[in-house]
Design a protein around this ligand. Sequence first.
Ligand code: ZN
Length: 298
Amino acid sequence: MTDHPATPPPEAQPEAPPEAPPEAQPVPQPLSGDAGAAGDRTDLAGQPGDAVDEAPPPYGALLRVQDLDTAVSQLEHRRETMPERAALKEVETTLASLSARESVLGAEGVLLSQRLAELERELEASAGRRAAIERRMMEAGLAARDLQAMDAEVHHLEQRRSEIEDQQLAVMEDQEPVEAELAVMDADRGRLEAAAAELRVAIAAAGTAIGAEVSALQLARGVAAGEVPAELLDRYETLRRHLGGTGAARLIGNRCDGCHLELPSVEVERVRRLPADALVTCDQCGRILVRTTGPRRS
Ligand SMILES: [Zn+2]
């Protein structure tokens, strides 16, 4: 077998429904312009109309399991990394800092209102006191000295009234920017919450679409896995868990498609001469190495 270097990218291939012939490799179509598909592997095999399995049983089925698992991983990665998630996170972060600032401003606003109420009470008390003194001053027979003292107090109360009114104005001036900022933030909050709701809907919709694709792939995966002996499947699963999601790799020319390293020619010759059902592993990465026979890959 020699190298066939040109392998069509999986994006170019139509998605095979789960009930397609087992030879067909379902390839998920990109949902969007998402560039972050898992590892961007391009080794999903399968060409439309390719009627033969690319490896003898049970390795052909094992490769299908691997390809389907890879496709599922890519979809799950896409689901986790869709740009809307990052956008939502940003909006939520902004909303959180908005809330923090609102709390600070709210507390400030409460203090200013309390201060205003305090001044108002003081003003009323002062006015009451002044009215009482003025009533007394109207009484007959007051000593000149007392009248003078009362007059001085009235004068003092009048001064105090003016001071309190100035303070009230100052507090109201302080209230203005707080209220203005709170109003702006209120508008921002509305806008951000609407954006967040929209993003959540988009994420849910994309998640549902991806979920449907994953279900279809898993169904096909179950069928393919049924053709792989339990022991081999266990070994594959263990390798897959420890080796970044790839437990079975094609031998393409002299290269292991799992670790992408070249095997020594002697080793490749030896491997190629082994019986078709012999289990071969890559010396370099430990993955199950599948000698492909079909036109598809090798
Ligand atoms: Zn390898």
